[in-house]
Write a protein that binds this ligand. Structure first.
Ligand code: SAH
Length: 244
């Protein structure tokens, strides 16, 4: 059940935005990377149905341009996926918002404190999660992408993130169980291991499929797994093994 108002309060943009720390304030950008440009994107997300103010606020705060090549700077606040090298892409903002909102829904009644992310990529989704959730564990299979994401997230002084270069098909057994799992890579079918690494009441949100993909939310209950389809998406494939 939806526990947040939709549309969100109309005065959301009236108050002065506070940044999580000094690094965020310094990296807020100018012109095409300014707070105004970021706010325009967030207004678009509201039009598209995002209602959770925690998510909207985090997306207002995070300087997405810091996760992209400088040449891409002017496009950072378009609602599109963009290349980050190694054949991978930064996730589309509306998809990041949808997945995060679904993960955090109903947190009055169940905790969402420890989350596993599969597919760190640029680290953009990781940063949003980092502002909203106590502990983030993130797995990436391409070493240079993980290294770059780690640097950007360190520069933003986000310190509740633990990184792992690994194949996310297998989750992160040593850190399980998780309250939530989120994947930015799409496997052909659900890796059952991920369900087994969720706590009871925990949530998994991820794309499934190859050429045609659907975004699914799974809730682990005492009696089984409840599945919700959240719409059509296009993510990079979940691949096997690691790349140095
Ligand atoms: N949320 C990220 C999305 C990056 S694209 C962002 O906004 O930047 C998805 C990422 O998943 C890619 O970096 C890709 O290398 C990674 N990936 C693909 N298969 C994987 C696997 N089996 N384990 C871990 N990461 C994987």
């Amino acid at each position: 059940m939806q526990t947040h108002p939709y549309p969100p309060r109309t005065n959301l943009f009236d108050t002065v935005l506070t940044y999580p720390n000094e690094a965020f304030r310094q990296k807020q950008g100018v012109g095409m990377t300014s707070q105004r440009t970021r706010d325009r994107l967030v207004k678009r997300l509201i039009e598209l149905g995002i209602y959770d103010e925690r998510v909207l606020n985090a997306m207002r705060q995070v300087p997405r341009h810091c996760f992209l090549d400088e040449a891409m700077g002017s496009r950072s606040y378009e609602d599109t996926a963009l290349p980050i090298g190694y054949g991978q892409t930064i996730s589309q903002p509306i998809v990041v918002a949808t997945m995060t909102q679904w993960l955090l829904a109903d947190t009055d009644h169940r905790p969402m404190k420890k989350v596993l992310e599969i597919g760190t990529g640029s680290g953009y989704q990781t940063s949003i999660l980092s502002l909203l959730i106590d502990e983030i564990y993130t797995v990436e299979r391409i070493a240079p992408l993980m290294a770059r994401a780690r640097d950007v997230l360190n520069d933003l002084q986000l310190s509740n993130i633990t990184f792992n270069l690994n194949d996310g098909h297998w989750g992160w057994q040593d850190e399980a169980p998780f309250d939530g799992i989120i994947s930015a890579a799409s496997p052909a079918k659900l890796p059952e291991e991920l369900i087994s690494q969720l706590k009871e009441g925990g949530r998994l949100v991820m794309p499934i499929g190859e050429q045609q993909q659907l975004l699914y939310g799974f809730e682990k209950t005492a009696t089984g797994v409840k599945e919700t389809c959240l719409g059509e998406v296009m993510f990079v494939p979940m691949k096997q093994g690691i790349e140095a």
